[in-house]
Structures are given as C-alpha cells and as structure tokens.
Write a protein that binds this ligand. Structure first.
Ligand SMILES: [Cu+2]
Length: 150
C-alpha cells in the first residue's frame, strides 16, 4: 500500500509537474528584516524588497509569531507621520517594491514573543495573479534594530 501511494505521487509529479504554476518563478523577495522589539511590545514592522515577474497583488500576509499582519502605508499628513492599512498592494511585471521604514511596510500585530536581534521571523506572503490564481512565498525575516546593510 505504501509503495502504491509513492508510485502514484511519482506519476503525478511526472504528469503534472511542468504545468504547476510556480510561485517562486513569479515573485522573489529579498532583503527581508523585522524591527526588534522591547519586552511587552505588541507590534513591529517588517521590511523587504518584492520583485514580480508577472502582474500580481499582495493580498495577505501571515506569520506564526503575529496574530495579524497588515500591509501599512506611512504618509506625511499635515506634518504628522501617519500610517494606515494599505489594502492590497499591486506590483507590475518587472517591478520591484521596497517595503521600508517611512513607506509601505508589513505591520505585525499581536506579537507572540519579543523579537530579539538575530531572531528569525517567518512570513508567508500571499499573491494573486490577474487570472485569480493564488501563490504563496515563504520568507524568513531577520530581526534587527536598524536596516541591515545589503
Ligand atoms: Cu504600520
């Protein structure tokens, strides 16, 4: 029985493998880092560069270390820096978007632990293509006090 299942999976890979849409081929993420926190701090930002090979929208983000992760936008408003949920973030084919301090960023809320320097913060980014297909990209952001040198 075990052998049978294994063989079926091999067959599935051979038959369907080349037709599976590859999330990795559509979106790449690099320079990912997250801001360290002090004890009891419940939220923090995560930053990275996202490059899309095809038109996509960043539709959701999840992390096992945070209850909620939202895409936020920071803007000057009458001399005051404000941030608010940005909703879905469109990225055009061939375009890179920099999530950085003072601009778009990922807001991690309801943090389940303190983020100490060097801590790995796993994040799953969910992208939607114009045809409605959904792909996810798993990344690991490193906690740091300020943006690490590229
Ligand atoms: Cu924010």
């Amino acid at each position: 029985m075990h052998m049978k299942i294994e063989r079926w999976w091999v067959a599935a890979l051979v038959c369907f493998g080349p037709f599976w849409p590859s999330a990795q081929a559509q979106v790449t993420v690099d320079r990912a880092w997250a801001r360290t926190t002090v004890p009891q701090q419940m939220s923090s930002g995560a930053f990275m560069r996202i490059t899309a090979q095809k038109d996509v929208r960043l539709t959701g983000v999840h992390s096992p270390l945070a209850g909620v992760v939202e895409v936020h936008e920071m803007k000057m408003d009458n001399g005051i820096m404000r941030m608010r949920p940005a909703g879905e973030l469109p990225i055009k084919a061939g375009q890179s978007i920099e999530l950085k301090s003072g601009g778009y960023h990922l807001m991690m809320m309801d943090l389940k632990q303190q983020l100490k320097a060097g801590e790995i913060v796993p994040l799953t980014l969910e992208f939607k293509a114009p045809d409605g297909s959904v792909s996810t990209v798993d990344i690991k952001a490193v906690a740091a006090f300020t943006q690490p040198a590229p």
